[in-house]
Every structure is written in C-alpha cells, then in structure tokens.
Design a protein around this ligand. Structure first.
Ligand code: PEP
Ligand code: MN
Length: 265
C-alpha cells in the first residue's frame, strides 16, 4: 500500500499520480488532419511517452483564423488512444462539449481564456475526469486557485495546474513565464503543477531552456507543442518543436529528471 504522502489526490482514468511522476504531454497545438495527428502520435509512442496533446476546439483570439477541426477531431483522438494506447489531453471550451468528449479525451484541458468560465468549471466538478487547468494570462495565483476550487468543491479533485505564462510589459517573448507560481502553488496546494513553455515563450528557440528551468523549480510535467513541419502549421508553429528538436529536448530533460529523482510516466 502506498502512503498518501507519496501520492497526489489525482487520478487520470484509474491511474493514481505519485509524487515524482513527470507528465510529459507533447503534441500538436491543433490537429489539422488525421495523418498529421497520427505521425506525431507515432513519434510520441516510439519515444515511450504515454500522453498526447492535440487541440480540436481552438480558442483563437481572432474569429477569422482556423478554429480547429471541431467534432470531427473526436474520432481522431479516439483512434490515437486505441491504436497507440496514448492518454489524450485536449481542450474543451463549452459545457456542451463535456458529454461529447467522454470517450475521446482522458484529460480535459481548460485553456487560459476559460480559466474563469465558472459555468464550465462547475460542470467539470461533477465528473471524475482529470482536468488540466491552465492559468489565465491576466490571473493571479489566488484567482487560479479559486478557479480550481470551483471544480474541487463540486466533487472532482482530479486537477492538474498548468502555468502558461502571463501578460506583462515584456514583449521579447509572447508571455512571461512565471515560474514562481509553480513554487507558490506547490506550497499552497497538494496538486501537481506542470508548465507550458511553448505558449509561454511563443518561440521554439526558448522551449528547451524554459523546460529545464521548469524542472529546476519542481514542475511535475511539461505541455509541449510539436509538429512535424511547424513552419507550415495553421496554429502556433513558431513556438512548436519539430521532431529533431523534440528528441533533443527529451535527451536534455531526461538527464535532469534522473538527478531530480523524477520519472516520465
Ligand atoms: C493550448 O494549449 O492549445 C492553448 C490554447 O493554450 P492557452 O489556453 O494557454 O493559450
Ligand atoms: Mn496554441
């Protein structure tokens, strides 16, 4: 029997997350086509990683840009889960998508723009699926914790926080990655905290260094945008690693994780 001290109160499907487990969740920011999604799934599977991120409902700042493939993507995600055995993390934006995604998505992502969508958070409190709660880009850590309470007080304790950078006056990166929040959240909650250096920096050049920095402050995982040909991606190509860079990243972080006594699960 594991002692509770070694566990988070978080389950992904039936898997209990243990302290020291490192959640590496790579994949395309947006799924554009099934073959593209499968190529990335193959890369992930071949590198013995268990999680896949893939956006199908995309919260875009402009209504005139690609909004994701939508409902059609649910079949693609289901296929990735069954063919490659990967655990699927994907964003929903609306309470009406909760039932639809029941057998396609294992970790429901609440994006930065929906961190304060309280009707969505309340509904997510009524289910048992793991929820990846991203930080709103203008939200304080206190507000972020209160958002998680909307889910937890409804009865769902399966919450993973994801720091994805905040808006500041600094414009050399897309957002400013607030790594202090990882330390503060780990002090104030007993939930896992992961980091998204892709959306934080907006630039693939910085993703590996920021990943290492996140591990240094004790992050429990990373959400990483990856495409085979990032420069032709419809969404967020500039911040996405190609397959070679992804393998470099894996090599670099693996060395650090050994030293930190953490293991990619
Ligand atoms: C994403 O991860 O695809 C995304 C849209 O991120 P964020 O909500 O952090 O902007
Ligand atoms: Mn994105």
């Amino acid at each position: 029997m594991l002692s509770k001290m070694n566990e988070y109160d978080v389950k992904i499907n039936s898997k209990v997350l243990r302290k020291g487990d490192f959640l590496l969740i790579p994949g395309p920011c947006a799924i554009e086509a099934d073959y593209q999604a499968f190529e990335i799934a193959e890369l992930i599977k071949n590198n013995n990683i268990s999680f896949y991120r893939g956006g199908i409902y995309k919260p875009r700042t402009s209504p005139y840009t690609f909004q994701g493939i939508g409902d059609k993507g649910l079949d693609v995600l289901r296929h990735i889960r069954s063919k490659y055995g990967l655990i699927i993390c994907s964003e929903i934006m609306d309470v009406r998508q909760i039932d639809k995604c029941a057998d396609s998505i294992d970790i429901i992502q609440v994006g930065a723009r929906n961190m304060q969508n309280y009707s969505l958070l309340k509904e997510l409190g009524k289910i048992k699926k793991a929820i990846l709660l991203k930080r709103g880009f203008c939200s304080t850590v206190d507000e972020w914790i209160l958002s998680s309470e909307y889910i937890r007080s409804g009865g769902n304790e399966n919450i993973i926080f994801c720091e994805r950078g905040i808006r500041t006056f600094e414009n050399s990166t897309r957002n400013t990655l607030d790594l202090s929040s990882v330390i503060v959240l780990k002090e104030r909650t007993s939930l896992p905290v992961i980091v998204d250096p892709s959306h934080a920096s907006g630039n693939r050049k910085y993703v590996i260094a920021l990943s290492k920095a996140a591990i240094s402050v004790g992050a429990d995982g990373l959400l990483i945008d990856v495409y085979k040909n990032p420069d032709s991606a419809l969404v967020d190509g500039k911040q996405s690693l190609d397959f070679d860079l992804f393998k470099n990243m894996l090599f670099e972080i693996s060395k650090m994780l050994v030293l930190m006594n953490k293991k990619i699960v």
